[in-house]
Design a protein around this ligand. Sequence first.
Ligand SMILES: C[S@@+](CC[C@H](N)C(=O)[O-])C[C@H]1O[C@@H](n2cnc3c(N)ncnc32)[C@H](O)[C@@H]1O
Length: 308
Amino acid sequence: MSHLFALGDAADVCAALPSEVRFDLVYLDPPFGVGTTMTARAARGQARGRRRPESGPDAYDDRASADALVAMLAPRLEAIRDRMAEGATLYLHLDHRAVHDAKVACDRLFGRGAFLGEIIWAPGNGGRGARGFSVTHQTILLYARAASERGQVVYNAADPTLREPFAETSLAMHFKHRDDDGRLYRERVLGGKAYRYYADEGRRLGSVWTDIPGMVANTPLRREATGYPTQKPVRLLERIVRASSAPGATVADLMCGSGTTLVAAARLGRRFVGGDRSPLAFATARARLDREGVAYSLIEDIPAAQPS
Ligand SMILES: C[S@@+](CC[C@H](N)C(=O)[O-])C[C@H]1O[C@@H](n2cnc3c(N)ncnc32)[C@H](O)[C@@H]1O
């Protein structure tokens, strides 16, 4: 199968795919329920993000309430779940506005036991909030296709990009031995079995990610920026793709915006199934894939998206 790409609603794209297509990994980054239309920067001097007088063209509608947003998502998540392969993982990226409602909806759909955890991503750019703590993080929920498949989901723990250094205090307190090659290690006995941990291998990456700035995807001075609003950094998607899929796997993003997931998947030797209902997203992602030299087949004959 080659890469597949479509202009259309996520539910319609799922329905239009050849029957044998199954997703090994899904990333979904829907509108967050910000309460405005989101606009793109298509030319110098234009502003992107929330609609204002100096904005460029409309990219997508983000006026839905949390309730309406989750009502829109539920049937699309169901269509996506029915396309997921055994052992596949779904990443659902939202923020404080709708993530808790979405968690309840996902628990209903996948089963509470299918919830694999969440990632707190701190993009590092301007926290908002007139009162109280400024909001400096977004949340990504992780689900298996079903509770019974928790044990089968792919997690590439040994990938060096999914490791982080041990804390200084831990190194000082626990890493007291050296092997014949001079490598510092500690040993722990768990359940009667001895495990050796090497200081230079670091520890498994935690669930709070502060090391991937959002800015790289959204500053016109950076090559990665397309001008599409709420574009995510490729590094974020590369980490997700590396963590939860094997080379050759099929990675789906059916609300792909500027195409960040598709670029990450192609660079890492995975196949993608991409789509978005916004004509501007479609054009932006296509131009981006062309710049990357990535060839793909278009899924045609999808009904024109209706306003949700
Ligand atoms: C937050 S943006 C995605 C940004 C993307 N992750 C990136 O890096 O550029 C959300 C996208 O979801 C799309 N969208 C919203 N509802 C959709 C639906 N029902 N089907 C397909 N796409 C949808 C919007 O058009 C928008 O491009």
